[in-house]
Design a binder for this molecule. Structure first.
Ligand code: HEC
Length: 467
């Protein structure tokens, strides 16, 4: 009898427990969603880096009131994955710093809005910290634009070249260059190179002018001449390409010890070659800053860069012509002669671009995925860094494919009605087209496949930053 009772009790307890578990699970999914507990962590981590005062987003998303005010649009733009912006398909290749909400986050946001945007207890909400001035720590040297770049309030996008010259008492090694926009609201992106002058090649490296409108020149040569960038004899100085990049919300690229880095000589310049300013309705200006992080030793394995397609080492097939009213696809390819460790990729197209894909085919026929962008968006041109170096064996072929839409129905088409685009007018003008696949790499060394590219803080003054 007693035994039976006990058994019964145990059974009931088990049933209750089981029931409790079920109930517990359901409560995680079905209990009301509130801002403080569920929504704030998602917004603060994924949206606030750009949606805060002075940053690129058009409005701040920090407090309950601010988020509530935009709740319906937030629901829409997260469901469509328009925000946060991350054009690369993570199912094809997943990169460092991926800006992407989980399905669960998107569901929670949606439910929160449907249920009426409950605040929850917001009294104890902690906000992530954002360092002013640097995402990396304390820089060794800070240099500014030589003069502010004026931005008239005509509500137009602007593409500029900006030169920031320097003179130093001795040769120096740089671990990283961090671009810090002066006008965070308008600076959309930049692609930065280092210009090296030799002792006698340029008598007055510090002389201006310091900026020019890229689109007012027929080609880049003319734009570069206009800012007095070339050597005195008219030849090109040595350039280190893509030493730094900037896009809102992205941390600057830094690599593990022994990888990357640059030497800069006593005289040179930083060249912001693709300085894109968004439209402004007020007259304003930008006075940006470069933070330099030194290293003691010369770079051991400096990154190398190769460019396929427009202005690059490989031909575009078929000929790069996009007649008005058509959709056209192109490819370009290059053979890899000795094994490389690919570190990062940077697809580049302009306003007509719609899809981009790149992969490598190894000699045995296997495919190594590199990047896929199913819906190209001109505004979000990240340099995508692999989580670990991708090894491309000798004899592989790197392929890149791009599709362009030159019909009137493409809302990004810069011309209405559409105009024929011909290879001959391929330039860096935004309204002209480009098809480029740029990648950074190292000659392969054994063990490269195990390098974790993600963890490489520059610990100087600040150990960890929330960015
Ligand atoms: C990398 C920077 C960045 C991140 C991260 C980001 N945004 Fe944005 N957001 C922008 C910029 C820039 C715009 C204005 C341009 C545009 O509308 O495309 C914008 C526009 C918006 C808009 C207005 C869209 C419209 O159609 O009016 C909403 C709503 C929005 N963001 C919500 C979010 C939410 C929610 C998140 C996080 C889940 C987020 N954003 C993350 C930069 C960012």
């Amino acid at each position: 009898m007693r035994l039976l009772n006990r058994l019964l009790m145990l059974c009931m307890m088990a049933a209750l427990l089981a029931c409790g578990f079920e109930f517990g699970n359901q409560s995680a999914d079905d209990s009301p969603v509130n801002f403080a507990q569920h929504i704030a962590p998602i917004i603060h981590q994924n949206c606030m880096p750009c949606h805060r005062p002075g940053a690129a987003g058009p409005f701040p998303l920090i407090t309950y009131q601010q988020v509530r005010k935009k709740a319906k649009t937030i629901r829409k733009v997260t469901q469509s994955r328009y925000m946060p912006p991350w054009p690369a398909d993570p199912g094809y290749v997943s990169f460092i710093g991926e800006k992407r909400l989980s399905d669960r986050d998107i569901r929670l946001l949606s439910r929160w809005v449907e249920e009426g945007c409950a605040p929850g207890d917001t009294s104890g909400l902690l906000l992530p910290e954002f360092l002013e001035g640097s995402m990396l720590g304390r820089p060794d040297w800070v240099i500014h634009f030589r003069e502010p770049v004026p931005l008239p309030g005509d509500n137009k996008d602007r593409f500029m070249v900006v030169k920031v010259p320097f003179e130093l008492p001795f040769d120096t090694f740089l671990r990283a260059v961090e671009y810090v926009p002066g006008n965070r609201r308008l600076v959309h992106h930049t692609n930065g190179h280092i210009v090296h002058y030799s002792k006698d090649s340029k008598k007055q490296p510090m002389k201006g002018p310091y900026y020019a409108h890229r689109d007012s020149f027929p080609d880049m040569d003319a734009a570069f001449r206009s800012i007095n960038l070339l050597n005195d004899d008219g030849s090109y100085p040595l350039l280190t390409l893509s030493a730094f990049n900037y896009l809102p919300g992205m941390s600057p690229l830094t690599y593990p010890d022994g990888i990357g880095g640059f030497k800069i000589g006593r005289s040179g310049a930083f060249l912001l070659n693709d300085q894109h300013y968004g439209p402004s309705v007020r007259d304003t200006s930008d006075y940006s800053t470069l933070n330099l992080f030194f290293m003691d030793k010369p770079p051991v394995r400096p990154l190398m860069e190769t460019q396929l397609g427009s202005l690059g080492i490989s031909e575009i097939v078929p000929r790069f012509n996009i007649p008005a009213g058509t959709v056209r696809s192109f490819h370009t390819r290059a053979m890899i002669r000795s094994a490389i460790s690919m570190i990062s990729v940077n697809p580049h197209m302009h306003l007509l671009g719609t899809t981009f894909k790149a992969f490598a085919v190894v000699p045995s026929g296997d495919t190594i995925p590199l990047i896929s962008i199913p819906r190209w968006d001109f505004r979000w041109q990240y340099t995508y860094v692999f989580r670990k170096p991708v090894i491309i064996p000798a004899g592989s072929v790197v392929w890149a494919f791009g599709t362009f839409d030159n019909r009137a129905s493409n809302p990004r088409n810069p011309f209405s009605p559409p105009r024929d685009f011909n290879e001959s007018n391929s330039s860096m003008k935004t309204t002209d087209e480009m098809f480029q696949f740029i990648f950074q790499y190292l000659p392969y060394q054994r063990g490269d496949e195990h390098i974790d590219l993600e963890h490489h803080p520059i610990a100087k003054g600040v150990s960890k930053t929330a960015n």
